[in-house]
Write a protein that binds this ligand. Structure first.
Ligand SMILES: C[S@@+](CC[C@H](N)C(=O)[O-])C[C@H]1O[C@@H](n2cnc3c(N)ncnc32)[C@H](O)[C@@H]1O
Length: 416
């Protein structure tokens, strides 16, 4: 398909995303399903241009991108590495506007929230928590696409063996710096077509997400609950660390998310994972396990601000009101999850948010209410697994510092 033909497709897809009725990735998948005649290169252009327009929405607003077509052209020209000739045909006025983009925002002449590409409310909270300089760096880190990370299922193969097999398939990749079972892939090869993916040797999982299972540190034969298991990214890693022995209950309120866990579970070969839909954190099926569980992970529903590299539309889907509601849910889930933990057991609370109100404030309030739990330094737990990463008493990961999604995690041990 020529650029002249594919640009209108990108504009149309962006229009649908900007309706904000569904997450951008779901809208794009549906769009591509409806246009099966588009080749891989055309899809890649549309996806990158749409994501570029979302990532750089504040810059494009400031530059006067008054319609979706200018947003697509501006994103492709200023941020996507396309030149004017490639973007033909552009009319006189559009051409002039695009040329003018080069001069905008190269110095400090744009407000910091625009440079950070964050909505004002989010910028204000990050700047108050981390200071302007750090908040700008966080915003900068979120403007680059995330790499493709894989986790090796060590019940199927070692990381070295998986690296070698991927290289033989022509996939360019390297070990991740922190996770001992992580692989970072260069580019975006269709990994779901790889035999290694189909045979459950590798799973797609961000390196930061991989580190959470090491904080839970489950042992063979233990009883473990992944309270907000979703599609089971962390559940499968927990089950693997337990070498498929003991039990991992994968709870979630969303059936459709647990349904996504099922094929992954089949590929993994694990036999110790028990998916269970619950009505709420107070479901009787949860209460029945009170005081019986060795380790509980709460990967809480959150604003997702740490994942804006992957989901740039989230910054427009979240607001102070949604964050306030999430805080109430997070506190309620943590409280219910804590009741499951045996004396001497462990509770790990995690989010993929940078907001202190979803992280530190939740933990502080919990510890005040529940003095039988105490905070264990995350760095110490990681060091026990040979992972050298010290971000203070809690784990705090940032894209611009660690190359992972943004994560927060607190390890809370219950007294004997
Ligand atoms: C951050 S996501 C979990 C991601 C998942 N752990 C993974 O690694 O793929 C949060 C999950 O919490 C679930 N959730 C929301 N409210 C809940 C509740 N009250 N009890 C249990 N799970 C809940 C959501 O459906 C969502 O799947």
């Amino acid at each position: 398909m020529s650029f002249a033909a594919v640009i209108p497709r990108a504009v149309e897809a962006l229009q649908q995303v900007l309706a904000m009725e569904h997450p951008a990735d779901a809208v794009l998948s549906r769009y591509f399903r409806k246009h099966p005649n588009m080749g891989a290169r055309d899809r890649a252009f549309v996806a990158e241009a749409v994501y570029g327009a979302l990532r750089h929405a504040r810059f494009l607003d400031a530059a006067g991108a008054v319609n979706p077509r200018l947003r697509i052209l501006g994103a492709a020209f200023r941020f996507g590495g396309f030149n004017l000739r490639q973007l033909e045909p552009v009319s006189g006025a559009e051409r002039e506007w695009l040329v003018g983009l080069k001069a905008i925002g190269c110095g400090d002449n744009l407000p910091p929230a625009v440079r950070a590409e964050l909505p004002d409310w989010l910028w204000e909270r990050l700047a108050a928590a981390y200071g302007d300089e750090q908040a700008l760096a966080i915003g900068g880190g979120l403007q680059h696409p995330a790499p493709l990370d894989l986790r090796v299922n060590t019940l199927r193969a070692s990381r070295d063996a998986a690296l070698k097999a991927l290289a033989e398939e022509g996939v360019s990749c390297a070990p991740t710096p922190y996770s001992p079972v992580g692989i970072r892939v260069r580019g975006k090869p269709p990994i779901n077509r790889s035999p290694l993916f189909h045979s459950g040797v590798v799973e797609v999982q961000d390196e930061g997400s991989q580190l959470l299972a090491y904080l839970v540190a489950p042992r063979r034969g233990e009883m473990v609950v992944d309270f907000c298991a979703g599609a089971g990214g962390k559940t499968l890693h927990l089950g693997t660390l337990m070498r498929s022995e003991g039990r991992v209950y994968a709870f979630d309120v969303a059936d459709w998310r647990l349904a996504q866990l099922k094929p992954r579970l089949r590929r993994s070969g694990l036999s110790n994972v028990y998916p269970q839909r619950i009505d709420s954190e107070n479901d009787p099926r949860v209460k029945r396990l009170a005081g019986k569980i060795d380790r509980v992970l709460v990967d809480a529903p959150c604003s997702g601000t740490g994942t804006l590299r992957r989901n740039p539309d989230l910054k427009w889907r979240q607001s102070p009101a949604t964050v306030a509601a999430l805080k109430r849910t997070q506190a309620a889930i943590l409280e219910a999850a804590a009741r499951l933990v045996k004396p001497g057991g462990r509770l790990v609370y995690a989010t993929c948010s940078f907001l202190q109100e979803e992280n530190d404030a939740i933990i502080q309030a919990f510890l005040e209410r529940t003095p039988t739990f105490s905070l264990v330094p995350a760095a110490q737990v990681l060091a026990d697994h040979g992972i050298a990463l010290d971000t203070g008493p809690c784990l705090r990961l940032f894209p611009h510092l660690h190359g992972t999604d943004g994560f927060f995690a607190a390890v809370l041990d219950r007294a004997h």
